[in-house]
Design a binder for this molecule. Structure first.
Ligand code: GLY
Ligand code: MN
Ligand code: MN
Length: 444
């Protein structure tokens, strides 16, 4: 898939825009894409579009804004860069409004330079402006200028929108339930990411550096067509696995240590997010095995709870229960299960939640509660299930468990009858991981 093309086909984006237009009822929506960002002087960060904008257009160029006009004759207008021979010589192809309108199926497309003038007119006599207040201060200021420009016309009988609605309230609900095209892309992102983890397992051995493993992951992502890592990979050996957002990726892998890898690619905008924890030398030690089996059992208990109608928190509650019981059995904690759950003493070793929505953003859009209650899972929602245990060395912790950090993370789609584990091609049982690692070629 060329990033210059709408990966889901014109009809998918048109359908999303039309649903948004319907839920707006009346008014005008403004959805800008992300700005380009300088890394240093003339060098830019790799460009990544805004997720909301891309969800509604599939258009990957910077300097673009989608405007939706709701009402009896709803229309979608794309503002984008004009063709420019010289700039295209330096920076590459750009569609220009005419080709963008045809290729991306918009009702209209206009040069981005006309945006301010067009909005001052489009917002006249409209009841409501939908946009994302506070997301970018430059856009806030620009929107206020448009509104003032409309207000300046009041003596000619034109009125300015009386209300501003946060468009994210509508879009987050839409993005939460994935359509068929999104699910297909997420399946492919999961498959590529699973391959990357298998590659890392085959490559790891004592003496290698964490960044060498990182390079293998990135190679697999990019060579399979994924445009980016969905977030920077965490490659954390030994005690570093207890650092939840470890970033160094520089240590040497030691014989006897575990290696925690949290890595997933972004394919056509959609993220995968997988964690596996395996022994650098290919064999789990006794304590590593016990802790690993515990996290695996917690994950299995959580995944069983991923089904339509269950509350968002059901998988977390199930994982916590299994982990807390296991921490007691491994003598990491004392007391009764009820006490451990009541006082949350398990949080010393399990301090994060068991998952998050997954989609265009790795921590994807969507509320977790509705009216104060955890929302119900429904078919088409995609989430991670990622329990872990992080045991820092301490005098009151059995020594065998010192500095063991384990997380097991999969991506799960809620289906009509339960769930589908999108990342199931990533080895997870001790037997499967050890078998794969036995296939490693000999030598450094
Ligand atoms: N990799 C980010 C997360 O697991 O939430
Ligand atoms: Mn992760
Ligand atoms: Mn995650």
């Amino acid at each position: 898939m060329n990033m210059n093309e709408p990966p889901h086909g014109i009809a998918a984006y048109a359908g999303r825009r039309s649903r948004l237009l319907q839920s707006m009822g009346a008014g005008v929506a403004v959805v800008p894409t992300a700005p380009e960002r300088t890394r240093n002087r003339d060098s830019y960060y790799p460009y990544r579009f805004d997720s909301y904008f891309y969800y509604l257009t599939g258009f990957a160029e910077p300097e673009a804004v989608l405007v939706l006009v709701a009402g009896d004759t709803p229309r979608s207008i794309l503002f984008c860069r004009e063709k420019h021979e010289e700039r295209e010589t330096w920076d590459g192809f750009r569609y220009g409004p005419q080709a963008a309108r045809e290729r991306f199926g918009l009702d209209e497309a206009r040069p981005i330079g006309e945006l301010d003038e067009a909005l001052a007119s489009l917002l006249g006599d409209q009841p409501t402006l939908f946009y994302a207040p506070g997301a970018e201060s430059e856009w806030d200021a620009r929107v206020m200028r448009w509104l003032n420009a409309v207000r300046a016309q009041t003596r000619t009988g034109i009125s300015a929108p009386a209300q501003i609605h946060d468009i994210r309230v509508l879009l987050d609900e839409m993005r939460l339930v994935k359509d068929a095209a999104e699910i297909d892309t997420m399946r492919r992102a999961a498959t590529i990411s699973a391959r990357a983890h298998r590659r890392a397992m085959r490559f790891a051995r004592p003496g290698r550096r964490e960044f060498e493993i990182e390079a293998e992951l990135l190679h697999e992502f990019r060579s399979r067509g994924a445009q980016f890592p969905a977030y920077w990979p965490i490659v954390a050996s030994g005690a570093s696995a207890c650092v939840l957002h470890y970033r160094d990726n520089s240590a040497t892998l030691d014989d006897g240590d575990l290696l925690l890898i949290d890595a997933g690619c972004e394919l056509d905008g959609y993220a995968a997010d997988i964690t596996r924890t395996f022994p650098v030398n290919g064999r789990y030690s006794g304590a590593q095995r016990a802790a690993y089996e515990l996290v695996l059992a917690a994950q299995a208990a959580a995944i069983v709870q991923v089904r339509p109608g269950n509350a968002w928190n059901a998988p977390h509650d199930a994982a916590v229960r299994v982990l807390a019981q296991g921490m007691l059995e491994l003598k990491l904690l004392s007391g009764s299960l009820d006490e451990v759950l009541e006082t949350e003493s398990y949080r010393r070793f399990y301090m994060h939640r068991t998952g998050h929505w997954l989609g265009l953003d790795v921590h994807d859009a969507g509320e977790y509660k509705h009216g104060g209650n955890w929302r119900a899972l429904a078919p088409g929602m995609t989430l991670t299930v990622e329990p872990g245990i992080y045991i820092r060395a301490a005098h009151d912790v059995p020594e065998d468990f010192h500095d063991i950090g384990i997380r097991i993370e999969d991506d799960v789609l809620v289906t009509d009858s339960g769930c589908e584990v999108l990342t199931r091609e990533t080895p997870k049982s001790i037997a499967d991981i050890e078998a794969l690692m036995r296939e490693r070629p000999a030598g450094k």
